[in-house]
Design a protein around this ligand. Structure first.
Ligand code: ATP
Ligand code: MG
Length: 418
């Protein structure tokens, strides 16, 4: 679990605010659910035989003897809230997004942590391919806006209750032929959850999986048509994608469309999937809600921020103005001036420790203030001061009275012009 310190947090804020902006354009509203839920919610939705529920959940008993878990993902809590508040009666087509910490007891490495953060969205009420593609379009637009262009969209269909059982049988037949070569986890998966073998990360399992029957060849007609329409609509939007029959996703609730966004950047190592999602038409009903189809995705915020930090761009806003004090007698006036300018909307830094003018200017430099102004006896008397651009250039004579206005105008001008 990581601390996210100032310096890094600006990158996080940039990703979060960009997501809010993009998701807002698509009509998605934010939902905030608790960090802990009843353990049963995840057992019933994510699935008992998945790694998440089987090995990775932070589960504990509260003082009332209830089994609770720190949420390992966001879809089940959102669905619980959707059901609990009877949202489908109020809003037959519902678009929600969320952001927040998720918890999984995983083996840690780059891009893989025990508290990590997801940005996700859910669309309830539409079974149409347009809804699937809207979701993918939203992620594509977010990644573009963040300048993350080296990410590829992989899509697949897992079929539904009509066609998946027959596929699963063919798959098990293939896997049984290699049972002794599978990793220990996959030996168990073969019996309990054979589809999961297809996204095992162990190399030998991957080899065996790559020779397995292709799920797309087993789709029933309605699933085939749905998946075809998803591709047509992606094409119509000019969104590039790869059809990848191995995209299974590590949770039990998916039906039909699944997708993953995979980054090529070496900074992520083996944690190259920045996000994924899919359709889960049966989940809301299986949790005791109405029979409402849904589709959603989750993006790994930690991984997006790792990629963005690689780009070396600086985020965050420095102080507009540093006010330095030339003599003891001016300290109160300067302190009051700083407060007034902040009320007038400027970002103002003031060294509350006092100290020499030299040490104050050193700090002005360190905090990256755009302008500095020295206040002493002469400035107090005349009501005039010199506004100095820290990057250099001729100082500007300013009236203290309308300083906020002058600084705002100077900020709007490029450095060389002042
Ligand atoms: P992976 O295959 O990398 O284990 P996953 O399939 O378990 O991912 P999801 O449950 O689909 O992941 O979660 C969506 C996204 O959340 C992932 O694509 C990833 O970016 C991020 N994510 C998942 N687990 C972690 C983690 N332990 N640390 C950091 N990010 C994570
Ligand atoms: Mg995982």
């Amino acid at each position: 679990m990581n601390d996210i310190l100032p310096g890094d947090v600006e990158v996080w804020q940039h990703v979060e605010s960009t997501a809010r902006d993009v998701f807002g354009r698509f009509g998605y509203a934010e939902v905030r659910t608790p960090t802990v839920e009843d353990t049963g919610l995840f057992v019933r939705s994510v699935g008992e035989t998945t790694d998440i529920v089987g090995k990775e959940m932070y589960t504990f008993e509260d003082k009332g003897g209830r089994s609770l878990s720190l949420r390992p993902e966001g879809t089940a809590p959102a669905a619980r809230a959707y059901i609990e508040h009877s949202i489908s009666n109020q809003e037959p087509l519902t678009r929600w997004f969320y952001m927040g910490p998720m918890f999984r007891y995983e083996r840690m490495k780059t891009g893989r942590y025990r508290q990590f953060h997801q940005i996700g969205a859910e669309g309830y009420g539409s079974k149409e391919p347009a809804q699937d593609v809207e979701m993918m379009d939203m992620v594509v637009q977010l990644l573009q806006k963040l300048g993350l262009t080296d990410v590829s969209l992989n899509i697949n269909s897992l079929g539904d209750d009509a066609c998946r059982p027959a596929y699963q049988e063919r798959l098990v037949e293939h896997l049984r032929g290699h049972a002794s070569e599978l990793c220990a986890d996959c030996q168990v998966r073969l019996v309990k959850n054979p589809l999961r073998v297809l996204d095992c990360k162990v190399e030998r399992c991957q080899q065996i999986a790559s020779a397995a029957p292709n799920i797309l060849e087993s789709l029933c007609e309605p699933c085939r048509a749905h998946f075809g329409e998803v591709q047509r609509k992606l094409d119509a939007l000019g969104i590039k994608y790869v059809v990848n029959p191995r995209i299974m996703r590590g949770l039990d609730y998916y039906t039909r469309t699944t997708f993953e966004f995979i980054a090529a950047h070496p900074a992520l190592g083996t944690a190259s999937t920045v996000g994924g999602g899919g359709r889960y038409d049966k989940l809301v009903k299986s949790l005791g809600g109405p029979d409402v189809p849904a589709v959603g995705f989750g993006l790994g915020l930690d991984r997006l921020c790792l990629l963005l930090k690689e780009s070396g761009q600086k985020y965050g806003q420095p102080a507009d103005l540093f006010i330095a004090v030339a003599d003891e007698g001016s300290a109160d006036v300067a302190f009051t001036l700083a407060s007034r300018l902040r009320r007038e909307g400027l970002r103002v830094e003031f060294d509350t420790r006092g100290g020499s003018l030299k040490s104050q200017m050193k700090r002005a430099d360190k905090v990256g203030a755009t302008f500095a102004l020295v206040l002493g006896e002469a400035e107090r008397q005349s009501g005039q001061a010199q506004l100095k651009r820290m990057a250099g250039g001729e100082p500007l004579s300013v009236q203290l009275e309308n300083l906020a206005q002058t600084v705002r105008e100077a900020l709007a001008k490029p450095a060389a012009a002042s």
